[in-house]
Design a protein around this ligand. Sequence first.
Ligand code: ADP
Ligand code: MG
Length: 288
Amino acid sequence: ATPTALLTGTGRGAELGILIKGPQILESTRKVDTVVLDKTGTITTGEPVLTEVVTSTGLADEAALKAAASVEAGSEHPVARAIVDGARERGIDVSPITGFTNLPGQGARATIKDVEVTVGKADLFTEVPAELRAELDAGKGTTVLVGWDGTARAAITVADTPRASSRAAIARLRELGLTPYLLTGDNEHTARRVAEEVGIDPANVDAGVLPQDKFAHVKALQEQGKVVAMVGDGVNDAAALAQADLGMAMGTGTDVAAESADIVLMRPDVDTVADSIGLSRTTLQVIK
Ligand code: ADP
Ligand code: MG
């Protein structure tokens, strides 16, 4: 391929809002046959809203939400932002906290008036009452638990909806002969519902994947002989973006993701993934 034509390709990319970090990248883009998409912030808007609070042991909804929002005020995670915003909209002030700990891919923890409060996945608790377990299994969105002394005392659900364009964009990927996969740290239930909404085969859904394990899933697909593009936005996607044959970061995401990627998508839209692959094919056709 001539460098000039490839440079023209990267220039056209810039017009489409696709930042390609070097002309040689267009060549690897062309060989991709599998596209692994992160869910939160990639397929979905990544801006979930608080939809439901369910408590056990007679705890008031406001008290549960106040405790959760106080802990989450220290976190950057989209789930945390939804809880903090939801509490503020309901006129609930946060309490002062000490000793905030972020638990990547799981939740967060902090101390409020000598009580260590945990917010996050069920695995963080030794006891989960049946009525809260039912909330987790209902699949209404991303449901996290709030509790202390090892016991979950409330379930808070936030719903993150797919971007309006995701379904059509994923259909376009398939038309280009690519197989879409969904890879997420979120639970199986929510992952499958989102996959169904956007038209990803349930067999190609990997849910409950910890941040440090995302890259291993990309590697496993490569070991099956697939040429993999990974699309993500978070710190938790960085290693997978680097492992993939082609890493694509949402420009609205974290800097770490953008640094680990070969292509940065300036428009937060899965459609730009199809644009990038289409562009590499037409550019290289011109060259031949
Ligand atoms: P994704 O892969 O979808 O971008 P993450 O790996 O960041 O998701 O998080 C996976 C899951 O861990 C979330 O769906 C949520 O259940 C839980 N989680 C992570 N961080 C937090 C937090 N700060 N507060 C509550 N739950 C969290
Ligand atoms: Mg994400």
